[in-house]
Design a protein around this ligand. Structure first.
Ligand code: PGA
Length: 256
């Protein structure tokens, strides 16, 4: 099934200053090759969304988080409606760095529901902290999916993207990258979960991305061997040339 591809850059708490953010964003937008089968999304810090939304329509914007309430006395929080208004169309939810700050599966579930009702596409991150010989990590991922997608209507699953991000493969301190085979095994598990809970049509159409030290050397194999539907990219998304090379690899054809 041709699901189309998606490459998302997660800028995290970078770069320092809106001038620098605009420069990186423009470099990506200007040099982005035309490929209607691969969508390119950048998720900058909230405060840059509005400025970047005015620079180019070639790159779609996303947020890195939202609060689950729509408005009210929640000091320091930002709502789904606010980020939508600032230009975001996607939102990363359940990222391991937010889970590490105390975000619970229940919070993530509420955020997924709020995002959908406000017209944002959730990019739900799942992934185990470590791997064990007994495959307990399968259960970890199933539990994350079960809790995050609890009470979601079948008809809303089409707006959800799932990113498999093994925590041990993320960031500068990563133990190692995952392999395309490891990714494929988990994407089969995710599709089976979606099939059992939301039906075959949703299972076949949901996009499953790989995230965790994606770079110009490993990206192609995750597409051709791992059959990933795209990537959630951290560090490399702040380097326009590297990010665009990863974008090009996302358009590679699977090996027959
Ligand atoms: P990384 O981050 O590509 O820098 O490992 C990935 C992520 O946290 O989404």
């Amino acid at each position: 099934m041709n699901r189309g591809k998606l490459v998302i850059g997660n800028w995290k708490m970078n770069p320092e200053g809106s001038g620098f953010a605009s420069k990186i964003f423009k470099a990506i937008a200007q040099k982005k090759p035309r490929n209607p089968r691969v969508e390119l999304v950048i998720c900058p810090p909230f405060v840059y969304l509005k400025t970047l939304s005015k620079l180019s329509k070639k790159v779609v914007l996303g947020a890195q988080n939202i609060y689950f309430e729509t408005s009210g006395a929640y000091t320091g929080e930002v709502s789904a409606g606010m980020v939508y208004d600032a230009g975001a169309r996607y939102v990363i939810l359940g990222h391991s760095e937010r889970r590490a700050m105390g975000e619970s599966d229940k919070d993530i579930n509420r955020k997924v529901k709020t995002a959908i009702s406000e017209g944002l596409k959730p990019v739900l991150c799942v992934g185990e902290k470590e791997r064990d010989k007994n495959h307990e990590y399968f259960k970890v991922i199933e539990n994350q999916l079960e809790e995050a997608l609890d009470g979601i209507f079948k008809t809303n699953v089409e707006s959800i993207v799932i990113a498999y991000e093994p925590v041990w493969a993320i960031g500068k301190e990563a133990a190692r990258e995952a392999t395309p085979e490891e990714f494929r095994e988990i994407s089969v598990l995710i599709r089976k979960f979606i099939n059992d809970k939301f039906g075959r049509k949703n299972a076949m159409s949901v996009k499953i991305l790989y995230g965790g030290s994606v770079n110009t050397k490993n990206a192609e194999l995750f597409i051709t061997e791992g059959e990933a539907d795209g990537f959630l990219v951290g560090r490399a998304s702040l380097k326009p040339e590297r990010f665009l090379e990863i974008f090009k690899f996302a358009g590679s054809e699977k090996r027959k």
